[in-house]
Design a protein around this ligand. Sequence first.
Ligand code: NAD
Length: 392
Amino acid sequence: MIIKPKVRGFICTTSHPTGCAANVQEQIDYVKAQSFADADKPKNVLVLGCSTGYGLASRLVSTFGFGAKTVGVMFEKEASEKRPGSAGWYNTRAFEKAADEAGIYNKTFNGDAFSNEIKEQVIAEIKENVGQIDLVVYSLAAPRRKDPVTGEVYSSVLKPVGEPVTRKTYNTDTKEVSEVTLEPATQEEIDATIKVMGGEDWELWINALDEAGVLADNAKTTAYTYIGKELTWPIYGKASIGKAKEDLDRAASAMNDKFSAKGLEARVGVLKALVTQASSAIPVMPLYIPLLYKVMKEQGTHEGCIEQIYRLLGEEWYGGRAPTLDEQGRIRVDLWELDDKVQSEVEALWPQCTTETVNDLADVKGYQDEFLKLFGFGVEGVDYDADVNPIV
Ligand code: NAD
């Protein structure tokens, strides 16, 4: 099969197995070139949302940086004779091949991480083949969640809170800069967003692992968040998704209290804005991220998922020193993005962006290349005219 990108809005419905494998290898090479402190490495890591973006990077750092056994959970489309699989499917096949070759245990579950069934299957596997988990990374980004007790399905929304918000954005299909007005979320929508992207399921996982006796003493757990600044607050930090992310702080604090005798350390990890499948769906981000990329590349502080997660896990949390924390006890690796030098430059460029100027003022090309790369396209050295077997 010859596989070409088919982009619809913020989704690409095809993925390229060879390109995805090359992306994974590039990240593995990066991890292998970094140094890791000798002491205090996690041995058995559970990554929820392990197949793309920040979760995949967390699994790669755990495997190839710490040498840890990993169990991963993802929600991906398997490849068939007729249709390519999803990018996360191919990323995971490439990861498993590399981990197997390195002789490092890995097991992946493809299913709904919010369900009791997947929790039971994962725990059975951990009991049989892993032992106890000493690091749990919670990196799910999902549009909906079925409550495992009531069966009710909740959908998250990306809407402001309180007032309508009008903001510029960039439409990647029409290549136009235009204003969008977003109506505020209702209380019901905010509550549903908290149900999906808040801390409840993170707590359910930790409880289930503990009850099954597979949570190690002094284990650590992190869930990822984005905070941002004035430019993104109306649609992220102080919007419906920001309310859900605040609930992660509540959950971290509740778990630290509940499991204090066990020595559990639950911390929210704050990461920078990057092109991933999840962030492409957020209004305004398609303009903010290209501007941010332009400024951070020029200032020499641009990073991708793997660099961020190496700093978070490799340097901050397992770096043989106390991590740098904010007042809420969160680990911050997003501060280069929030630096005044970066934000003031982005703010200065923002009003100048129009359909005519956006390509010069913002790194639109970098953004679009990276978006396609998420699906394995535009990767150097890959022959996209070659016939590939979609089943790997
Ligand atoms: P992503 O879309 O690349 O990854 C999401 C992962 O979740 C994938 O592995 C997917 O298979 C998995 N998943 C989704 N639904 C699932 C389900 N029901 N069951 C099992 N697995 C499921 O997203 P990302 O951008 O890497 O986001 C990961 C986390 O990082 C999110 O909490 C996000 O809010 C946070 N974050 C993202 C950014 C950013 O700019 N991308 C910045 C800061 C924080």
